[in-house]
Design a binder for this molecule. Structure first.
Ligand SMILES: [Mg+2]
Length: 376
């Protein structure tokens, strides 16, 4: 099989209600924008992948990579990853092209990708991942809704300028719902500042927070420090007993090697669309397994990104939780998965690993046409 054409198309879905991402203070998000990768082949198979878009920054990406990818055999993932890696030299972080190769491989083999990576599980326990900072009452209502969906774990965002406000929410949730599992994400790994005032934790704040959250029986604290502060993580991990998670925006094998070698984290969280691709994420899962660490990929990009990471989870024996992004009214399953034929939902507390050949889900060509932004 040979790649005959590469297209990266900007899709733009207007959210029903604005979404206020905790990690992006001062920026009301009104669209879900997606860079949809479309690989055509001489065997008539089409491979898809998707990455996040802010605007039209990837408008000419297809043009940039086509001379390198056309004529390649999509089975040669390692060889093509060298090309994607060299694009980082141009400031382009285009790891999200790699899963499109796996979509083709899976379709050619008539198998979902997780079985080709070493199938382990066909479902993973879901946790509802919040996206906004909300007050106590609003967050308790959210928990009620989530419980009705059969979900038994929730990840809260901590990003208030005064962390005591965040802690109040976690304490109230713990008190009202003692049976729910809780995780906390501070989003300090790749802090976004500029549109609004953004908090920054120092090591002593992170220590203090970890101790408070340990009292509440929280499962993990995610990204309390910068993603490259290996020393800070090591010191923090030595001082507290709460499991630390991170790595969603770390990339390539050597950064994950350092996170492991310097004993920074208990749970590694690469995202196959952001960190180096499906094969890279599978390698990180093995690296974690060899060091008795957990593996819980980040999934918050779009529905296809979620499906891509689910395929890796299905092959990872050290993966026990799947992130299910859910923050209505802005970030609904419909808004997240708008270009898939069916949204990815939770059943009895679990997400099934999508079973169709390739990435497991079907991209909806009509939705792709409807939401394509062409006046770039
Ligand atoms: Mg996170």
């Amino acid at each position: 099989m040979r790649i005959t054409a590469v297209e990266v198309r900007l899709l733009e879905y207007e959210l029903e209600e604005p979404f206020y991402p905790a990690w992006f203070p001062g920026y009301p998000q009104t669209f879900n924008r997606v860079n949809l990768v479309i690989l055509e082949t001489d065997e008539g198979l089409t491979g898809y992948s998707a990455g996040p878009a802010f605007g039209a920054e990837a408008a000419r990406l297809g043009e940039l990579v086509a001379p390198f990818l056309v004529g390649q055999d999509p089975f040669n993932v390692e060889e093509i990853v060298q090309i994607l890696r060299s694009a980082t030299f141009l400031g382009q972080r285009i790891w999200y092209l790699e899963p499109a190769l796996w979509d083709l491989i899976g379709k050619a083999c008539n198998q979902p990708v997780y079985k080709l990576l070493g199938g382990f599980q066909d479902r993973v326990r879901a946790y509802a991942s919040t996206g906004e900072l909300r007050g106590v009452e609003e967050r308790l209502e959210y928990l009620e809704d989530v419980r009705k969906l059969g979900i038994k774990a929730v990840k809260l965002r901590f990003h208030s300028l005064d962390w005591r406000e965040d802690l109040k929410v976690a304490q109230a949730v713990r008190e009202r719902f003692p049976e729910m599992e809780l995780m906390v994400d501070a989003n300090m790994g790749w802090r976004v500042a500029g549109m609004g005032e953004a908090p920054r934790w120092d090591l002593s704040t992170a220590v203090r927070m970890a101790r408070e959250l340990e009292e509440l029986g929280v499962l993990w604290l995610e990204e309390p420090l910068d993603k490259h502060d290996y020393r800070g993580y090591r010191l923090l991990r030595q001082k507290v007993n709460l499991p630390l998670a991170g790595g969603e925006m770390n990339q390539d094998l050597h950064e994950f090697r350092e996170l492991v070698r310097q004993e920074c984290l208990d749970i590694l969280q690469p995202d196959a669309t952001l960190s180096g691709g499906i094969l890279m994420a599978r390698k990180v899962a093995a690296l974690a397994e060899a060091h008795n660490l957990g593996f819980a990929p980040h999934t918050w990009t779009n529905g296809l990104g979620l499906a891509i990471n689910l395929q890796v989870m299905g092959a990872a024996p050290n993966c026990h939780w799947a992130e299910w992004p859910f923050e209505p009214p802005g970030w609904t399953p419909k808004a997240r998965d708008f270009f898939l034929k069916e949204p990815i939902m939770v059943e009895e507390g679990y997400i099934q690993i999508p079973q169709k050949p390739g990435l497991g889900v079907e991209v909806d060509p009509e939705a792709v046409e409807e939401y394509s932004k062409r006046d770039l």
